[in-house]
Unconditional design. Structure first.
Length: 739
């Protein structure tokens, strides 16, 4: 199998010193040599599942409570409550919790994975869909597997080249790659057993970042791409052979073609006018799929509309099933049992793909089997998972797009005064497209009855695409974002809404039955990690400030914290080996939060060095302290900057570059902040943006999209923005010097 992950490791080293190496002009030669890695034989390697290692099956996951030392699937067991029975680390002992070991992930890109631990081995993923199997007691690498995702596939990813983890089942490890393959690996050696293309059209901008789920000999996987334009679906494959069992589309396709399955006929009635299928329609299942052994059901969390704007997507109105829905399927046939749509006629990117959890609860005097979700739209849902009946729907963050959920109809009551489609005017909306809660895992403690949500308030100004407003026609951009929203003129639009609140991030302890927030703690950034609950009454979360914190589950009191000097977005897990309990977490920011320039997370202060950190009582190690990485904006080049070019560049930048390089050119830690470009990079600007010299590392050529004049304008805008912030920086320095 070899260790092809070497290429990615090299890429990271280049990342960290990219400016300097670019200056020396040796980056492209290094990249060429690195991409020739020893890949021969990778795709011919045929193996079978391990007979002894990674022997997880459905019954074992069902009975996960009987082996609390393991973390057998994405959310620990099928219920995905992320509540561990382990109690060695508790309110009393936690003062002795120390780093036991760390593993360098060799990346400065986002780390989102939830590791799996089985019988002493930890399986986890890194950026670019690379898998690592490590000794869960020491962190020593056992094997690694790099699927060699092509660098230019990164352009199809809305939100960084992240991956949320693998599934382990009957001696095999299942990985879904950014470029849409589902791979089965031998759990003992990392050798490929089979590999299938899950994409219906490889030319479309599909990506996969989710962890597959497994049950009863099937592995389930969806995909993402709704921002750029795709049609969502989920496929079930045979775990042994990789053969396709069934496929469930979440939105209707071209009305001139036959329906793929009867549910599409039902859905098509709720789409009216427009030509959504040309863009894709959306409804991607890019994160949560949950299997319920009690009712033998698989639940899909379905994503937003593509394009976002409903007047473009479905001008005649309609709910647009099954966008933003929880869909319950028979796992054996893929036939729908029921669905519940959280956001009918979605127009805000309100995915219902957020992690779902199963629980048994007494509600209004009746025992109920429920499924719970805090989707992006800001309401927390409790549904009867046998029938889909809506039991509770209360806001868990500030919401202004709807006033409430009507419990009789089960539908949200939209706030007309915020309707940017009907009014033809821009409006700021809460939650924004990052959601009141995103993919970051929440957890549930059955003893407190509280759900611990990594919640946020991150509004956005929405306005319908000005071309569409003027002409009634939408111009589809192949290979670009197709939201139908005015991203290009976002800066002036923000200027029109000075009352829009700033981004905020919290951990909230939310009571799903009363809808009350029991306690909340505010963080200094909105982009924070998932949560872990334990039977010892603790809640763990890593945050954007760089701290990994344990809270008292009942009171929210901070009982322990450690500075990791890196922002966290991944969820912690816990396991035990030889009588010792461990808590593990990947640190390293990235993902959709790439666009936040309003706060300075730890990763921007200290560098975004991706690691796995593993703690235990008296672990004996400490986290390396890091110096504040006070990176100054270098003096930008003196260029002739014409107002017209800057304006055009601003629009082009925010339509094409902003999703990776940040709003107003304020970059995140995971990718280069373009205000910091060196003189040489400025000189190479066109070779990078049109010539694609950094393509191997995720910075594709945009020659298909932008003319030379566009790129000159974008450059002018970036330089103008750099001068603005450079002058503020220099003035502040002078002030300090004068004191
Ligand atoms: C899909 C994400 C993505 C998009 C969209 C994107 N970039 Fe990049 N860009 C990257 C990555 C990743 C790198 C860093 C590559 C590396 O590791 O050197 C980068 C690096 C760069 C660099 C080199 C910066 C330096 O200091 O080394 C420039 C210049 C640049 N991008 C310009 C642009 C422009 C202009 C646009 C819009 C036309 C754009 N990028 C759009 C991902 C993106």
């Amino acid at each position: 199998m070899g260790h092809p992950s070497f290429t990615r490791k090299q890429a990271t080293i280049i990342n960290v010193v990219a400016g300097g190496l670019l200056a020396l002009g040796i980056v492209s030669s290094m990249m060429q040599s690195s991409s020739e890695g020893g890949l021969s034989g990778l795709f011919s390697a045929k193996s079978s599942a391990s007979a002894s290692i990674g022997q997880i099956d459905t019954d074992r996951i069902i009975a996960a409570d009987s082996e609390p030392g393991n973390w057998l699937s994405y959310g620990r067991d099928y219920g995905e409550q992320r509540h561990s029975p382990l109690t060695q680390i508790n309110a009393k002992s936690i003062k002795d919790l120390e780093l036991a070991f760390s593993v360098d992930m060799y990346t400065t890109r986002g780390l989102e994975a939830s590791p799996i631990v089985v019988d002493g081995i930890m399986y986890m993923t890194s950026s670019w869909s690379v898998v690592y199997a490590v000794d869960a007691k020491t962190g020593d690498e056992i094997w690694s597997y790099d699927p060699e995702v092509p660098g230019d596939w990164a352009r199809k990813a809305c939100c960084d080249v992240v991956n949320r983890g693998v599934a382990v089942y009957e001696g095999a490890v299942f990985l879904a790659t950014l470029d849409g393959y589902l791979v089965s690996l031998n759990a003992e050696t990392g050798e490929e057993i089979w590999r299938v293309n899950t994409l219906i059209d490889r030319k479309r901008p599909y990506t996969i970042t989710a962890a597959p789920r497994v049950a009863n000999g099937r592995v389930f996987i969806g995909n993402g791409g709704g921002e750029l334009g795709v049609r969502g679906y989920v496929t079930a494959y045979d775990t042994q052979t990789g053969e396709q069992d069934w496929r469930f589309y979440t939105v209707p396709g071209d009305p001139n073609l036959p329906f793929e399955h009867p549910e599409m006929e039902e859905a098509a009635k709720t789409w009216k006018g427009g030509e959504w299928w040309k863009i894709g329609g959306g409804g991607t299942v890019w994160n949560s799929i949950v299997y319920d052994p009690d009712t033998d059901t698989v639940f899909l969390g379905v994503g937003n509309g593509s394009p976002w704007t409903r007047t473009i997507r479905s001008p005649g109105g309609g709910d647009n099933l099954f966008l933003s829905s929880i869909v319950a399927l028979d796992p054996n046939t893929g036939v729908k049992k029921w669905h519940y749509q959280t956001t009918p006629g979605d127009t805000w990117d309100y995915t219902a793909v957020q992690d779902m959890m199963l629980a048994d609860m007494e509600i209004d005097g009746k025992p109920r089997k429920v499924i719970m979700q805090a989707p992006k739209n800001g309401f927390f849902y409790v549904l009867d998972r046998e029938t889909g009946e809506l039991l509770r729907a209360n806001p868990y963050v500030t919401v202004n797009w709807a006033t409430h959920i009507d419990m009789d109809t089960g539908r949200p009551v939209e706030n007309d005064s915020r309707d940017f489609n009907k009014s033809g005017k821009s409006k700021w909306i809460l939650p924004g497209p990052l959601g009141g809660h995103n993919w970051m895992a929440m957890s549930f403690n059955p003893n407190t009855g509280l759900v611990y949500i990594p919640a946020m308030e991150s509004p956005l100004v929405f306005d319908v695409d000005h071309d569409f407003k003027a002409t009634g026609r939408y111009k589809y951009i192949e290979g670009g974002w197709n939201t139908g929203i005015e991203f290009g003129r976002l800066l002036p639009l923000l200027g029109e809404h000075p009352d829009m609140p700033a981004n905020k991030g919290y951990i909230t302890a939310f009571d799903p039955l009363t809808g009350k927030t029991h306690w909340m703690r505010e963080h200094s950034t909105h982009w924070n990690g998932g949560t872990l609950s334990t039977e010892a009454g603790l809640v763990f979360q890593g945050n954007g400030d760089g701290y990994f914190v344990a809270y008292d589950a009942e009171t929210g009191e901070e009982v322990w914290k450690v500075n990791t000097y890196t922002s966290t977005i991944a969820p912690p897990i816990t396991y035990a080996i030889d009588g010792e309990q461990y808590v593990a977490i990947q640190v390293g920011s990235g993902g959709a939060g790439l666009t936040d320039g309003s706060t300075t997370p730890a990763s921007s202060k200290y560098g975004n060095f991706g690691r796995l950190l593993v703690f235990k009582l008296n672990g004996g190690q400490s986290i390396e302290e890091r110096e504040h990485w006070a990176r100054e904006i270098p003096e930008p080049p003196k260029m002739e900057l014409k107002a017209e070019a800057i304006d055009h560049g601003m629009e082009q930048y925010h339509e094409v570059c902003t999703f990776c390089h940040g709003i107003a050119v304020i970059g995140s830690a995971a990718l280069p902040d373009l205000r910091h470009m060196s003189e040489q990079t400025h000189r190479m600007f066109k070779e990078i943006v049109l010539g694609g010299v950094l393509e191997d590392r995720g910075m594709s050529s945009f020659a298909d999209r932008l003319s030379e004049k566009d790129v000159d304008s974008i450059h002018a805008f970036i330089v103008a923005r750099s001068w603005q912030d450079y002058e503020v920086q220099e003035a502040a320095k002078k002030k300090v010097a004068a004191k």
